[in-house]
Design a protein around this ligand. Structure first.
Ligand code: GLP
Length: 250
């Protein structure tokens, strides 16, 4: 196993710029690259920086193809809190990625069929070139909660109560947070050619330390990235705060 490369920066803005550089390098090498994208608070500065660079003519994202990591069941894609609507609002509409080049798991109809179709769609596109990942406070990636077998590809996941509570801040009524999602599983995530896990803020420090320094185990889903030959972890100082020895910020 090659250990992930860990990069530490002062704050979320620097992290956003660094991850935008990694996206830019991928897209320069391959203008129609397949990007795997997360939602949540953490990627906000990354997407804001990509939107800024795109408006300034510094990057051209119009030919990329996007696969979302996961999607809530029960909201529908036009719901503003759906991950499909979120990525359109925060990134893809603003940088000119056509709507039909952005795919997320289908979450209505037969979910097993939808899961297999999502695996097939990712693979038919040639796989993901660059997969960005956030991390939950309990170590989850996408919606792979602790205990999820590493062998799973796209599957239906029951959200844990801590995850629902953490995500409630995006909803006006906490009861609205769905209880189910369709998510890429660890095995499909590992098929991406490069993984970039991003974490900012002290609330993520324990999960980051468990992922990088604890056992590689389904109990900490993010630890699976240590089975990938090209994984990069981009942190701010606060999220790196529990790593030993403390890495030197750039
Ligand atoms: C959600 C998403 C994950 C994300 C996590 C952390 O559960 N399904 O993909 O990584 O939240 O989100 P945040 O960046 O808001 O802390």
């Amino acid at each position: 196993m090659v250990p992930p490369r860990v990069e530490v920066f002062d704050g979320p803005g620097d992290v956003g710029a660094r991850v935008a550089d990694l996206v830019a390098a991928t897209v320069e090498a391959r203008p129609d690259a397949v990007l795997g994208l997360p939602t949540g608070g953490t990627p906000g500065p990354v997407y804001a920086e990509l939107v800024r660079r795109s408006a300034a003519g510094e990057i051209d994202l119009r030919r990329v193809r996007v696969f979302l990591l996961d999607e809530y069941v029960g909201l529908g894609r036009s719901h503003p809190r759906s991950y499909r609507a979120t990525i359109a609002r925060e990134l893809t509409d603003a940088v000119g990625v056509p709507d039909d080049a952005v795919r997320g798991p289908v979450t209505d109809g037969d979910l097993d069929t939808a899961c297999r179709a999502y695996d097939d769609a990712v693979r038919a596109a040639g796989g993901v070139d660059l997969q960005l990942l956030g991390i939950g406070r309990n170590g989850h990636i996408a919606f792979n909660e602790p205990g999820t077998p590493f062998e799973l590809t796209t599957h239906t996941a029951v959200l844990s109560e801590p995850t629902r509570r953490d995500n409630a801040r995006f909803f006006t009524d906490p009861a609205e947070v769905p209880t189910l999602a369709v998510t890429q599983g660890p095995a499909l995530i590992l098929e991406a050619r490069r993984l970039v896990l991003v974490a900012t803020g002290a609330a993520k420090a324990d999960a980051v330390a468990a992922a990088l320094e604890g056992p590689v185990s389904p109990e900490c889903p993010a630890s699976v990235i240590r089975r990938h030959p090209d994984a990069v972890v981009v942190l701010d100082r606060a999220a790196a705060g529990r790593l030993r020895p403390a890495p030197t910020p750039r």
